[in-house]
Design a protein around this ligand. Structure first.
Ligand code: ATP
Length: 238
């Protein structure tokens, strides 16, 4: 049944100046699931995630959230989806709470609920003591936590994180992986990476993209891992 899935994309397609970057992608995200979108550079991951998040127009295809077509309901997308872009804007001059307050307003969190929403997002992201800190004074790992906090400040059903662990050191990486695992208690999550071990560390299912198409969609158990590795290697070297 359509509404068994939190988010469902069917036939997602995107052309850039006549070149097809994403070609007929079908993705279904179950409640509470962490789905990993894996693929080499240029495979079409970011383009797919932007179409899912509603920040990029589709050339063809549909995105539905609990059965509602998001194309005609941008407000629903704003309220029920959270999105961390691959290169999120950093606002070094703002405090964490100022920035989260701004994002809460953007996502139409009612004024009287904003303080509580910001505190909850900070707590979920391990940012309890940072509300008054300037973002520019935080480490890259903590700035990434702020990026995830802005994606969940309005308590969306679905959280879309584009390469959330890229460029982090091992310690920061561990913290963000744990944070993503915790997110699935309250949200369905899609994360992208071009590194298999990143997806293995966090996701229960992997979708591999290559040249704009899905070449594999598999649960990630121990037995599946070697198959996934072969598929990814083939995608990278094809
Ligand atoms: P990466 O891991 O490097 O971010 P990706 O899998 O996210 O790669 P996309 O960024 O979605 O891939 O790019 C898919 C294809 O679309 C690539 O060939 C890319 O060059 C092209 N592309 C992406 N954005 C644009 C754009 N704004 N204009 C033209 N072509 C684009």
């Amino acid at each position: 049944m359509e509404s068994d899935f939190k988010l469902r994309a069917q036939g997602l397609t995107r052309d850039y100046a006549g070149t097809r970057a994403v070609d007929g992608v079908d993705i279904a995200l179950a409640p509470g699931e962490i789905l990993g979108l894996l693929g080499p550079n240029g495979a079409g991951k970011t383009t797919t995630l932007r179409m899912l998040a509603g920040t990029l127009a589709v050339t063809a295809g549909t995105v539905t959230l609990a059965g509602h077509d998001l194309a005609g309901e941008p407000q629903r997308a704003k309220q029920h989806l959270g999105y961390l872009p691959e290169r999120p804007p950093v606002h070094p001059e703002l405090t964490v709470d100022e920035y989260l307050g701004f994002c809460a307003r953007l996502h139409a969190v009612p004024r009287r609920q904003r303080r509580e929403a910001i505190a909850a997002a900070r707590a979920d992201c391990g940012l309890e003591d940072t509300g008054r800190r300037l973002i520019g004074h935080l480490s890259k790992g903590y700035q990434q936590r702020v990026g995830i906090a802005q994606a969940i400040v309005h308590r969306p059903d679905v959280v879309i994180l584009d390469e959330p662990t890229a460029g982090l050191d091992p310690n920061q990486l561990r913290g963000i992986r744990e944070l993503i695992a915790r997110l699935s208690r309250a949200h369905s999550v899609i994360i992208s990476s071009h590194i298999l071990s990143e997806i293995q560390a966090t996701a229960a299912r992997v979708v591999i993209m290559h040249q704009g198409r899905i070449v594999m969609d598999e649960p990630l158990g121990e037995t599946a891992a070697p198959v996934v590795e072969i598929a990814l290697r083939e995608a990278v070297t094809a």
